[in-house]
Each structure stands twice: as structure tokens, then as C-alpha cells.
Design a protein around this ligand. Structure first.
Ligand code: COA
Length: 227
């Protein structure tokens, strides 16, 4: 079946309302930039996570809270942080709305679910680590990870430690086969971080490289043997 025949509305009077609705939804889900609501993204996986909190050696990774609005705004106002992110500069109000959105991104249950955790050091927000649920089916389960650390806290290994916490969630708890990271070509700090975490480059275009860490690589780099 071609893409066109899969998504175009059936012609003729016989097409029932239900068919038309189904095709309209299929078209929307394929072409809309907006994430579809959960019920349109298939069933929840049985081993999904809701609102996880992850403690690492020095950090706590936990769902975002509105009380961190000042620190979140400071993070988003820093041009060094924004340089390689597809984030626009945001006013204090827009930053607050963005944080409200983030407080809702707490589950990894369905395809395209997005989990964003605040990186907390001694009770202070210093960054954000996130994962998109890109492929839910075992054994090809895949996530996409992202990381941000406030400029004045960089270089202490916090990005590595928080990413490691998320990778544990992906591989140990949710049986991921692969985690990828999409990194702007110029973003050397991110490339180095990904490499230290065991990621290898799998594609490279003019402006973006994609790096991947497979479960075997993760187990090898964490001394846990094969699963
Ligand atoms: C990418 C980022 C999270 C790295 O944070 P960080 O705090 O420097 O990371 P870490 O301290 O955990 O360092 C990880 C490794 O990268 C190295 N590194 C950090 N900055 C580097 C740089 N500019 N150039 C080369 N290596 C760098 C560190 O030396 C460290 O290596 P080590 O483990 O051998 O010591 C941070 O630069 C950042 O938040 N950037 C802005 C947001 C961003 O671009 N996010 C990524 C989107 S893909």
C-alpha cells in the first residue's frame, strides 16, 4: 500500500463517517507537528514508568516543579545554554509556561512520550535531562536522550552523572535496545560527553550528528556483562 492510499480520504458516497474520521485522524497523526494525545499513540507498555525519581551519587533527578521557576528562567536565559538547542529565547512568562509544560512530561508509557527530569544538586535546579520514547516494541525499544547543565555548573561531571541515571532507566529498567542522541555538529561538549558515555556516531549531516549507544555497549561500559 502506498503512503498516499494509506492516508487519503476514500472517495465516493459509500465511505462511512467512521472511515472518513479514521482517515482524517491518520492524516493528522502523520502530518501534524503536534504530539498526538496518548490514546492515539497505542497501548501503554506494561513496564513503563510514571514520575520517576532517580538518585545518583551527587544528584537527584526528579520531575520538574513550578517552585524552580527562577532557576529554570536563569537556565533558559543563558545564550551559552541555548546556543545548540532548538529553543527560542523566552521571557520570564514564556519560560514559566514552558516549565508548566515540563511538569506534565513525567511518563514513559507510549510511543513519543517525553520524560523531562530536573537535575537537582543540593536542592537547587542545575539542569535538565530528558528522554523521548521513540520505539516501544521489544526487542527494538529505543529512546532519544537530551541533556542540559547550567553554565556555572558545567565541567564537574554532572551531565555525565545525570545522563548515566537516565541511561540506567532506559536500559536496566525499561529494557531499551538502543538510546540515541541528536547533536548539532558544532556542539563539541555534547559530542565529547556522548563519547565518554559510550555512544558512537551512526550518521552525520551538515548540521547534525546522530550518536547511539546499544545495550551491549552500555553493559560493557558499565561492567555488567551481557543481558
Ligand atoms: C553538553 C553539556 C550538558 C556538558 O555538560 P558538562 O557539565 O560539561 O559535562 P560533564 O562535566 O559531565 O563533562 C562530560 C565530559 O565532557 C567534557 N567536556 C565538557 N565540556 C567540554 C568542551 N567544551 N569541550 C570538550 N570537552 C568537554 C568533560 O571534560 C567531561 O569529560 P570527562 O568525563 O573525561 O571529565 C553542557 O555543555 C550543556 O549543557 N550545554 C548546553 C546545552 C546543550 O547544548 N545540550 C545538548 C543538546 S544535544
Amino acid at each position: 500500500m502506498t503512503e498516499r492510499s494509506a492516508t487519503s480520504v476514500p472517495a465516493g458516497r459509500d465511505a462511512s463517517l467512521r472511515d472518513r474520521l479514521r482517515h482524517a485522524l491518520a492524516w493528522l497523526s502523520k502530518h501534524s507537528p503536534v504530539r498526538r494525545p496518548g490514546w492515539m499513540r497505542g497501548p501503554a507498555v506494561p513496564d513503563g514508568v510514571r514520575s520517576p525519581t532517580i538518585a545518583t551519587e551527587r544528584l537527584v533527578l526528579r520531575p520538574h516543579r513550578l517552585r524552580d521557576a527562577a532557576a529554570w528562567y536563569a537556565l533558559q536565559s543563558d545564550p551559552e545554554v541555548l546556543r545548540y538547542l532548538a529553543w527560542p529565547p523566552r521571557s520570564r512568562l514564556r519560560s514559566f509556561k514552558h516549565l508548566i509544560d515540563r511538569t506534565h512530561h513525567v511518563d514513559l508509557l507510549r510511543k513519543d512520550d517525553f520524560l523531562a527530569l530536573a537535575v537537582m544538586l543540593d536542592g537547587k535546579l542545575i539542569g535538565d535531562v530528558s528522554m523521548h520514547f521513540r520505539a516501544t516494541e521489544l526487542p527494538d525499544r529505543q529512546f532519544e536522550i537530551g541533556w542540559i547543565i547550567a553554565t556555572d555548573q558545567q565541567g564537574h561531571g554532572y551531565a555525565r552523572e545525570s545522563a548515566d541515571g537516565m541511561l540506567g532507566l532506559a536500559f536496566d529498567r525499561m529494557r531499551a535496545k538502543r538510546v540515541i542522541a541528536k547533536i548539532w555538529s558544532q556542539n563539541e561538549a555534547s559530542r565529547v560527553l556522548a563519547t565518554r558515555l559510550g555512544f558512537v556516531e551512526i550518521s552525520n549531516s551538515d548540521d547534525e550528528r546522530v550518536m547511539a549507544l546499544d545495550v551491549d555497549g552500555y553493559r560493557a561500559s558499565h561492567g555488567r556483562g551481557r543481558s
